[in-house]
Write a protein that binds this ligand. Structure first.
Ligand SMILES: CC(C)(COP(=O)(O)OP(=O)(O)OC[C@H]1O[C@@H](n2cnc3c(N)ncnc32)[C@H](O)[C@@H]1OP(=O)(O)O)[C@@H](O)C(=O)NCCC(=O)NCCS
Length: 203
């Protein structure tokens, strides 16, 4: 894969259609709790994150096609709280989802009632989401997107990156371990078996 073809656009400067492409990519690529709750909710999440201080994200494109993204925050709960603040809109979205996906609502309730100990080290940032479009996986793009996130985090003055990954996600585990992330904790979250990993550097 010719890395010269790959370009990155900061989340803050994404146009509306690029933001939609990012949300769609997340929806299609990553089975997270947020994607269980539907594309409109995901789209709103990134819309809110776009204007929040302490968020770091970008869209990766090749010849204008959205191929990957990464998003992190020094306070990931903040965006979720903003999402939940518009209760009327949220309730209408959840009601729509409930018809087709009662499990998604139960997972959400579980996450809200029993939040895990996913604190972020002082001066650090969480890499909350990273993904590569299905047709583009296995071409070293994940590594380049991760490298870009690490570089951007260092440039922004963070001293570490922390993330959670599922135990059976072998490609992601390999990617993180070879980028220098160390496992600091293994835990269970609902039906998920997860691993918390940390990459730290000296200032
Ligand atoms: C995880 C993900 C980002 C990796 O991106 P990618 O572009 O497919 O990965 P790359 O081609 O850059 O490969 C990175 C490394 O993983 C290795 N790898 C790829 N697939 C693998 C697999 N199934 N098992 C083990 N290693 C694998 C590659 O060989 C490469 O290692 P190397 O450089 O030492 O050879 C991508 O697969 C993805 O988006 N998955 C779905 C979303 C997701 O799970 N995100 C992470 C959540 S924590």
């Amino acid at each position: 894969m010719n890395s010269a073809l790959l370009s990155f656009t900061d989340l803050k400067t994404l146009e509306a259609d690029q933001l939609s492409a990012l949300a769609s990519l997340h929806y299609a690529t990553m089975p997270t709790l947020l994607s269980e709750l539907g594309l409109p909710l995901l789209h709103r999440y990134y819309q809110l994150a776009q204007h929040q201080a302490g968020c770091l994200g970008f869209l990766a494109t090749i010849n204008g096609e959205a191929v990957g993204w990464a998003f992190g925050s020094k306070n990931p709960g903040m965006v979720t709280r903003l999402l939940a603040a518009d209760r009327v809109w949220l309730a209408s979205q959840l009601a729509k989802v409930f018809v087709n996906n009662p499990k998604g609502i139960l997972l959400l309730a579980g996450a809200l009632l029993m939040p895990g100990d996913n604190s972020i080290p002082e001066g650090g940032i969480e890499l909350t989401y990273i993904g590569i479009g299905r047709n583009w996986q296995g071409k070293q793009l994940g590594r380049q997107v991760l490298d870009h996130f690490i570089h951007a985090a260092r440039e922004a003055g963070y001293s570490s990156i922390i993330l959670s990954v599922e135990e059976d996600n072998s490609s992601a585990l390999h990617l993180y371990a070879t980028a220098g992330f160390k496992t600091i904790r293994q835990y269970k979250e609902g039906s998920y078996h997860r691993r918390r990993m940390l990459l730290q550097w000296m200032p």
